[in-house]
Design a protein around this ligand. Structure first.
Ligand code: NAD
Length: 277
């Protein structure tokens, strides 16, 4: 028995990184998966590797027409929609605020935020009609804490968390759950700084990032895929409106070995009692 037997899922950004890892995990657990992405070559290759229970549709998640077609493709093909995972993304506009153009702002928000709105908008009627469903979106620890990503990326991810919560309140009345996942540093082309990063560039990112992680390594797509699997499955049927941090302890703080010396000193606390007591 798979944990997602008889379930139909759509995963955006499913051709690479976290999305591809989640596609594989969902397929292993018995789901039928529609992989959507801009990258046709990788998306088609993954779908054909997985066989009849997977298909690929080229989709630009920042375009309403494409997102509507993506939801229709899943329901036409398999008759229902149990999980939409809004995961596609990129780094967005870089650099100082004064140098950020309005075009860069629009593109960043379209790909990272409007896409999530569109996914929710088009999945909601299908799922409310069914009386069940799980919408998951990839936010980021950068949506919780500033200083780890460019300005607009942080803002868009913060807004994804808020959109998750407010839409959860509406759709919960129809037994449709809406949650977000906040990954820390995950070894993917995006985190390596370029969409076409090869395995050796991703390995460099793993090596450089490991020492700042409480659990001693950066994350892998499978770490996020396992949380997405839980949120897509019936095991999480009483969970909605939440952002789940999956970050190897990064958001909690610095690893013990990086703490300042005084915090780690082994000596008893000296009590300064007022005289006469
Ligand atoms: N890797 C990390 O450290 C990390 C951390 C926090 C959050 N995230 C988020 O995780 C998600 C997945 O990123 P990843 O690290 O797997 O990166 P990735 O580059 O491996 O995968 C992103 C995928 O999204 C696709 N994509 C980009 N724009 C698109 C569009 N307009 N329409 C459809 N597909 C599009 C890309 O083609 C690519 O296949 C993103 O939302 C990202 O912001 C990543």
């Amino acid at each position: 028995m798979g944990r997602l037997d008889d379930k139909v899922a759509v995963i955006t950004g499913g051709a690479s990184g976290i999305g591809a890892g989640t596609v594989r995990r969902f397929a292993e657990e018995g789901a039928k998966v529609l992989i959507t992405d801009l990258d046709e070559e990788k998306g088609t290759a993954l779908a054909s590797e997985l066989g009849d229970d997977a298909a690929f549709l080229r989709t630009d998640v920042s375009t309403e027409e494409d997102v509507a077609a993506m939801i229709a493709e899943a329901t036409d093909r398999w008759g229902r929609l149990d999980c939409l995972y809004n995961n596609a993304g990129f780094g967005g506009a870089l650099g100082p605020i004064a140098k950020t153009t309005v075009e860069d702002y629009d593109l960043t928000m379209d790909v990272l935020l409007k896409s999530v709105f569109l996914g929710m908008k088009h999945a909601a009627p299908v799922m409310t009609e069914q009386g069940s469903g799980s919408i998951i979106s990839t936010a980021s620890v950068a949506g919780i804490r500033v200083g780890y990503a460019p300005h607009l990326y942080s803002v868009a991810k913060c807004a994804v968390i808020h959109l998750t919560k407010t839409v959860a309140l509406e759709l919960g009345e129809h037994n449709v759950r809406v949650n977000a996942i906040c990954p820390g540093f995950i070894a993917t082309p995006l985190a390596a700084g370029r969409p076409d990063a090869d395995e050796s560039q991703i390995q460099q990112m793993r090596d450089a990032g490991a020492t700042s992680q409480v659990l001693g390594r950066v994350g892998e797509p499978a770490d996020i895929a396992n949380m997405a699997l839980f949120l897509a499955s019936d095991e999480s049927e009483w969970m909605t409106g939440q952002e789940f941090i999956v970050d190897g302890g990064f958001e909690a703080g610095r690893p013990w070995s990086k703490w300042p010396k005084f915090a780690k000193m082994e000596r008893p606390i000296r009590h300064h009692r007022p005289p006469g007591r």
